[in-house]
Design a binder for this molecule. Structure first.
Ligand code: F6P
Length: 326
């Protein structure tokens, strides 16, 4: 039997759909295994401030279908400093927390790793970010729902774009990862996509736009916020300068991508991750990150590199260009 009796769960970094499903699974699984489960509010800030409360079975009722995170989240500046990490550790010690489940992205995992090395506080990391940029997992929580949000929005934009014969430049999130953008482009039939992982060939782009305008009079171009051009507004300025089309509109989808009810995949993955996180802690298998590879749950130890190498997106881009030949 495991000697662990008290664990805590927190969400950190940008919220992502499926985080609530995961919190629910950690709490319910923990209680079923006779653990006391604490929820840390607002990411690592809650550890520093001692804003930690025990979560009972009913505290996680009716949350599996909700986006956001009932625990709140933050990118904690204070947790970058050792003096605050020490306060955080003392706050956990006071209530006897012996292991952490950290749901978040690369910054959250870096924080958890440093904290575990300094204070011997074991953790299990669960990848939760719409950017899907965590190494070692095919999917992170939130990616699928965010993509569905993007797809729904672009399908609507397509209606008005074709009615008015306009070019729409649609900016999507993703930080330095183009995975939201490229997958949205592939599944909405967008005419082109700008991603940070590939340099755009502007000569190709311009000739393509001209052909697209001549052939179908409207176009959707998806621009990842992290692309070297700087975003949809910057691309707009470029196109205007080149006088490529007079009817261009910019839509920045923004935080709408991160909200709303999680998809089946995010609910299921969040639940599976939560269950396995508790199991690993009970088995005293610590400091692991959970992931999904080829539909199988896997665990791995966090190395120095946390974000994905997504250079192969350039290949996907080539396919995308072929599919949309005019
Ligand atoms: O990391 C998730 C993410 O949504 C990125 O795609 C985006 O760049 C960033 O967070 C936005 O952060 P904020 O909500 O702080 O504006």
């Amino acid at each position: 039997m495991s000697k662990i009796q008290n664990i805590a769960v927190l969400t950190s970094g940008g919220d992502a759909q499926g985080m609530n499903a995961c919190i629910r699974a950690v709490v319910r699984m923990g209680i079923a295994e006779n653990l006391r489960v604490y929820g840390v509010m607002d990411g690592f800030n809650g550890m520093v401030d001692g804003d930690i409360k025990e979560l009972e079975y009913a505290d996680v009722s009716n949350i599996i279908q909700r986006g956001g995170t009932i625990l709140g989240t933050a990118r904690s500046e204070r947790f970058h400093k050792k003096e605050f990490r020490k306060i955080a550790f003392e706050n956990l010690k006071k209530i006897g927390v012996e292991a952490l489940v950290v749901i978040g992205g690369d910054g959250s995992f870096k924080g958890a790793k440093v904290f575990s090395e300094e204070f011997n506080m074991p953790f299990i990391g669960i990848p939760g970010t719409i950017d899907n940029d965590i190494i070692g997992t095919d999917y992170t929580l939130g990616f699928d729902t965010a993509l569905n949000n993007i797809i729904n929005a672009i399908d609507k934009i397509r209606d008005t774009a074709s009615a008015h014969h306009r070019i729409f430049l649609v900016e999507v999130m993703g930080n330095t990862s183009g995975l939201l953008a490229i997958n949205a482009a592939l599944t909405t039939g967008a005419e082109d996509v700008f991603i940070p992982e590939a340099l755009e060939d502007f000569a190709r782009f311009e000739s393509k736009i001209k052909k697209a305008v001549a052939a179908k009079k409207s176009s959707i171009i998806i621009v990842s916020e992290g692309d070297e051009i700087g975003g949809a507004k910057e691309l707009y300025n470029y196109l205007k300068e080149k006088n490529l089309h007079e009817k261009i509109r910019v839509t920045i989808l923004g935080h709408i991508q991160r909200g709303g009810a999680p998809s089946f995949l995010d609910r299921k993955m969040g639940t599976d991750f939560g269950v396995v996180a508790v199991q690993k802690i009970l088995q005293e298998k610590y400091n692991l990150i959970l992931g999904i590879q080829n539909n199988q749950m896997i665990t791995y130890t966090l190395g120095d590199k946390i974000t994905k190498n997504v250079s192969n997106q350039a290949e996907v881009l080539k396919i995308m260009h072929k599919l949309n030949v005019f």
